[in-house]
Design a protein around this ligand. Structure first.
Ligand code: MN
Ligand code: ZN
Length: 340
């Protein structure tokens, strides 16, 4: 079968590899129909993803049609449409024991630490394979994973009905966090430096948007919250200064969500956290959020078709990567289709 392999930074090839076979009783083999390209794939490609090892079959956002299942698999059968959770954990470390397996000390993510889903077929444990209940557009099955990032952020910040949420950054993660927050009954204000991104965010459900290069964010937040201050801030910009700003903007008893993986320090005063008794949380990958996203796709409250900017055949991977490199602001999500 064909698969997309990053041999070393800047060297991507479509390679022939053996098709996976059922080995363990809980194995599921999926014929991949759809893969989403993520910023972290770009990082593996250009050598800036510090977590990746080479060579690597990439892809952690993928889904497709079940091809075959092991003898112990009962509720998944050939022909089912599925999305695959790429998070693999040990099951017995502290994080796993308290139900936080997405930060397992021996965490492995398919497509990053082990081979992933940009291939014609992929093998995954049954517990990582999540069923669609009605027929869904095959090219969108790979977009469950990015929305699970949005569910995880909402869970970590306990975003619910009536909450007012500031999302800094209107890229694909910001959009996914926003649509999940709207599904949870929150009101959302989003920022960006690019006007077109904010227009798109608004058309996808954001209540308000702020072009921070031209508008005063604090004034807009004052209006948005009737002077109370913003209780939830999600930083998807992920640079040292955006994290500082998030902590400064949050109102007393507020929550701040951090998603960045940069290892540069931010300057944050402890008094800011203590006096306001802020809750600052990290959010990484997803903790069993696939079924909630599939439910949102099926009930029409989450919109993967709007997140997808363009679909390419997997053989055009270089064109897809060039599109993201050359027009980063025009792209939310590029989908790879695995068909001839
Ligand atoms: Mn991703
Ligand atoms: Zn573990």
């Amino acid at each position: 079968m064909k698969a997309i392999k990053v041999i070393e930074p800047f060297k991507v090839e479509i390679v022939d590899v053996p098709k996976p076979e059922i080995e363990k009783p809980d194995d599921v083999i999926v014929r991949v129909t759809s893969g989403g390209i993520c910023g972290s794939d770009i990082g593996i490609w250009n050598g800036t993803n510090s977590l990746a090892t080479y060579p690597r079959l990439i892809g952690h956002e993928f889904g497709g049609i079940v091809e075959s299942v092991g003898s112990a698999v009962k509720d998944i059968k050939p022909g089912d449409q599925v999305a695959v959770d790429p998070v693999i954990s040990c099951g017995h470390c502290y994080a796993c024991r308290i139900g936080r397996h997405n930060v397992c000390r021996d965490l492995e993510v398919m497509g990053v630490h082990r081979d992933g889903g940009f291939a014609e077929y992929v093998k995954a444990p049954a517990e990582n394979v999540h069923l669609f209940h009605k027929k869904f557009d095959e090219s969108l099955l790979g977009l469950v994973e990015p929305f699970t990032i949005g569910v995880e952020v909402n869970n970590r910040a306990q975003i619910g009905k009536g909450d007012k949420v500031l999302i800094m950054g209107a890229g694909p993660i910001g959009i996914c966090v926003m649509q999940v927050a709207k599904r949870n009954g929150a009101q959302v204000i989003m920022t960006d430096l690019v006007k077109e991104r904010l227009e798109k965010a608004k058309s996808m459900g954001a209540d308000e948007t702020v072009l921070v290069s031209e508008e005063n964010l604090e004034e807009r937040l004052d209006q948005f919250t009737d002077g109370e201050g913003i209780p939830v801030v999600v930083d998807t910009v992920c640079i040292p200064s955006s994290f500082e700003q998030a902590v400064n903007l949050a109102c007393p008893a507020g929550r701040v969500v951090c998603l960045g993986l940069k290892d540069k320090p931010s300057s944050i005063c402890m008094a800011e956290i203590t006096k306001k008794e802020l809750t600052i949380v990290g959010s990484r990958l997803n903790n069993h959020c696939f079924d909630e996203v599939i439910e949102g796709f099926e009930d029409g409250s989450l919109h993967p078709e709007e997140l997808m900017t363009k679909a390419y055949n997997y053989k055009e991977i270089m064109d897809a990567l060039d599109m993201i490199k050359e027009h980063p602001q025009d792209v939310l999500k590029i989908v790879l289709k695995f068909e001839d």
